[in-house]
Unconditional design. Structure first.
Length: 364
């Protein structure tokens, strides 16, 4: 992509010469020096070359534009035939960054322009890196805040149960002891799951890169379902349907595992009465579509818009355990693939999640 240069030159001969020297390497904009031309200073460009006449017309607009671009460096190059050292010193850095005295050599001008543009590019790279660091710090702070909040209740329950057992354990009937030990175990398992999910989500938001590799999709899905079915109760049956003329595709195995395992375990978890959970996979020419359907409690319509936000759970989950991070992880993994996720749900009738992932290629 060519860099954009503005030529604000009152001298027509200078304008013609610079246009001739620079037009092969850069996109050049040469406006008539009118009040309307000053509006171009508000547009996107990489370098403005101006002479004394243009500077006299637009000095205040130039200073405002340079200040507005900070902290990114936006260079202005002054071309002058009669350098006034005192005037130049007073405006250097405010209205322009470099001065070149005309007449000048073509190579000298091109070198000055190239150096100014390199400095701008470096400034942009530093700014973008700082913005990325700022974003990472915000994610980290948000994670710490959310986890601190979510750990309070289970830690309080563990502390309460432990204190009761410590103080009254010798007088507690066996059933009461079992109750408190089970509560401690459940809370520890919850916190372990929460921390695992936070690590996955944090990795997804901060550093997870797409790494597509050749994957035998039907076998991968079948193996994943077998693992999940082993930990599911007998009242849940996972039905797998694979519809495709090919099975070898390029997808990120790790990200796909996070997507499908979270959707399938959620489908089981939120179907407390049991029933069928289905995974339907359809491989098309340019994309693969996954449909995970359950016959569970469904999701209230008012919760569906916020469902993929961290720690958001449906109002009807009752006492069903969950961290509220699974679908946030799914969304991050889907977006890393450049895909999309949608859902259809009716309270009391079940839910279908539809994940569409683009395919870079597939092998028959």
């Amino acid at each position: 992509m060519k860099r954009i240069l503005l030529l604000f030159l009152d001298n027509n001969e200078n304008s013609r010469l610079l246009l001739e020297w620079l037009t092969s390497r850069y996109e050049i904009i040469v406006p008539n020096l009118t009040v309307e031309a000053a509006e171009l200073l508000d547009e996107s460009f990489d370098l403005c070359i101006l002479d004394g006449g243009a500077l006299n017309l637009f000095a205040e607009r130039v200073r405002v534009r340079k200040k507005a671009s900070l902290p990114v460096f936006l260079p202005f190059l002054l071309v002058t035939s009669t350098p006034d050292e005192a005037a130049i010193a007073g405006q250097l850095g405010q209205s322009f960054d470099e001065v070149i005295v005309s007449p000048t050599e073509k190579l000298q001008l091109q070198a000055r322009v190239r150096i100014l543009l390199q400095n701008r590019q470096l400034s942009l790279a530093i700014h973008n890196a700082n913005q990325e660091i700022k974003g990472l710090n915000e994610v980290k702070s948000r994670m710490v805040s959310m986890v601190s909040h979510e750990l309070r209740n289970p830690l309080s329950a563990i502390l309460f149960s432990a204190q009761l057992l410590q103080q009254f354990g010798d007088r507690c009937p066996p059933e009461a002891k079992r109750k408190y030990f089970n509560l401690i175990q459940e809370r520890v398992e919850y916190m372990t799951g929460l921390l695992d999910d936070v690590l996955i989500l944090g990795y997804a938001e901060l550093a997870m890169q797409l790494n597509p590799q050749l994957l035998e999709l039907e076998t991968f899905c079948g193996n994943l379902i077998e693992e999940i079915q082993l930990s599911a109760s007998e009242k849940h049956a996972i039905v797998f349907t694979f519809d495709s003329r090919y099975s070898l595709v390029y997808l990120d195995e790790k990200l796909l595992g996070h997507i499908l395992s979270n959707l399938l375990t959620n489908a089981i978890k939120y179907s407390p009465e049991g029933g069928k959970v289905s995974l339907e996979v359809s491989c098309l020419e340019r994309e693969v579509i996954f449909r995970v359907t359950d016959e569970g409690i469904g999701i209230p319509s008012e919760d569906q818009l916020q469902l993929f936000e961290s720690f958001h759970r449906g109002a009807n989950v009752g006492k069903i355990q969950g961290t509220g991070l699974g679908l946030a992880i799914v969304k991050q993994c889907v977006e890393r693939h450049g895909g999309a996720i949608a859902l259809n749900s009716e309270v009391g009738a079940g839910t279908t999640f539809i994940v569409t992932l683009p395919l870079s290629s597939a092998i028959s």
